[in-house]
Design a protein. Sequence first.
Length: 381
Amino acid sequence: MYSQVLIFLRWVRYIVVHVVWDRHHVFLSMDETQLATVKNRGVGMISGRKRKRTDDRRAPRDPVDKHNTKVTYIAAVSDSSCLQPLLPQVILPRYTQHARPPAHMLHSYTEFGYPFEFWHGTAGATTPGVIQSWLTRLRSVVSSFNESAWIVLAMDCHTNHLSVQTMAHVRRLGMLPLFVPAKLTWLLQVLDVYGFGPIKKDMRLEELRTRESSASGVVVRSQRMRFAASSIRRTIINRDWAAAFNKLGYGNSHRPAASQLQQYLPEGEIEPALPTLEQFSDLISRPAHTTVTQRLYRMCMRAALDLANAPVDAGPPAGANVRLPLSADATPATTTADYRLQDPDQILARFLDDLDDEAPVLSERRPARNVFLDKHGRPVL
């Protein structure tokens, strides 16, 4: 574990110091998580005698949700506060028997607003084709925001990310891939460390507040997607992630500041270095002697070396130009130290107001996108 952390951070330092230091660039982190299973379990105790079947002190039974039986969220965060509210946040819902979503549901999705995108026809799961379509969409948004910005993309070692077809697409788009070591995403993946936990906690709180305000205590199926969208906007879209990237060693600092990483680091600065084939195979937990591993290694290292040797004014491949809405910058997350400087009555008033208010929409109001994909994961025009 110690060696994997050090190999990965040396790889990151090489990208920063020798490849993108004097170029326009942006660090991005992507990951997927499941949303349909995030529910408040209502665990508690009732004192007194044994409950009877006629006792009404039991959790209400929610109607069965036959529409969103599985929901995958593809999250994207950036170290740029002005780009963050514009990054596509893609949700993949699955429907009973793979049915086409009804018109009223498609309309309800659009009301969640930009930058949400609902991709249909995926069975609620990612595939290499879906990931490639997502990468193309990401390249288009970043290119429209800043056509000279190179993308450094951190991903985990999931099979859909670490396939030859996906890596070939990453190379065509001019991105620089970074693969977080297998089984260490809890330590080195920005979204796993700082993102998904707060989202799911916030979703459970939203559900609890809705039950408390309801006369029957029942949560209808259409509300669960609203819980997810509201939590994602508050926790992911509206947040400045630059400090989180720096803490885990992705930024320009010479040493990660996260306390959980200190025990795995040597004294002093981390020396920039690309991993060898054996080190790369250790990171992705695959045997080094196979043709696929060697080909993946060449693709990843060639992406860094080609750009390091390119002229300073060399630009990335252009993506499709899309009209981005006007947007305010994302703001840093409020810390414990920030709360200590505020008046307690003001803090209480703000949290009481937050119970009823949706997360603010930073960008120009625009409907969310509904995108239909074919069996290969490509958008249907």
